[in-house]
Design a protein. Structure first.
Lengths: 31, 165
């Protein structure tokens, strides 16, 4: 599999996905 | 007066240095790396690597230090509470602080030592330079990726009610 960080858009999309994951972790922890 | 210095001046400094750090990170990833790939084709990359990259790297790595120190000053007594998630009010800033700290580590432990080899500030064989180029590139891309949630959680820090309901 190609490393998403080799592409600029792959990097940005990975960052957005990580944001979504961490957002849900924190939201769950705050409930 | 102490609050003004710690929370007022500290926040101002944190944001200003952070803009320089992340601005230069985005410059490297969105501008310099693609530009050097193009310049490699017609042999015009030396101007960038000789005159631009060293200066950009200087301000980049020291802005990262100032950003982190100003952030630590801002946290003050909440420093350990944020890093160890001891209080729900500190959850967002805790995540942001961890991401920023990992990014600072990447700058000083992975990016800068390898850039010194790439730019010829320290001796390295061609094989070592090739490996250094890959490590520095991936660390820089990792920081670009981490900057997206880091900025989200920094923005959310003072507004947890708005961001997390």
């Amino acid at each position: 599999m190609k490393n998403p960080l080799d592409s600029l858009w792959g990097t940005v999309i990975s960052g957005l996905v990580l944001t979504l994951i961490l957002y849900n972790v924190v939201k769950y922890a705050l409930q | 007066m102490m609050d003004f210095i710690q929370l007022g001046i500290g926040r101002w400094l944190h944001i200003a240095a952070g803009v320089m750090w992340i601005g230069l990170l985005y410059y490297f990833n969105f501008v310099q790396v693609p530009a050097l790939a193009e310049a490699g084709k017609d042999g015009t990359g030396a101007g960038i690597t000789k005159h631009v990259a060293p200066r950009a790297l200087f301000w980049f790595r020291w802005a990262a230090v100032v950003t982190w120190l100003a952030g630590a000053m801002l946290l003050g007594k909440s420093f350990f509470g944020a890093f160890f998630f001891q209080n729900t009010a500190l959850y967002a800033i805790g995540v942001g602080a961890w991401l920023g700290t990992i990014m600072l580590f990447n700058v000083w432990v992975l990016i800068w030592p390898n850039q010194k080899k790439i730019l010829g500030f320290v001796q390295a064989t061609d094989e070592e330079k090739g490996r250094a180029r890959r490590v520095a590139f991936l660390a820089s891309r990792t920081n670009t990726m981490l900057s997206i949630p880091m900025l989200f959680f920094m923005a959310a820090a003072g507004h947890q009610g708005v961001f997390f309901g």
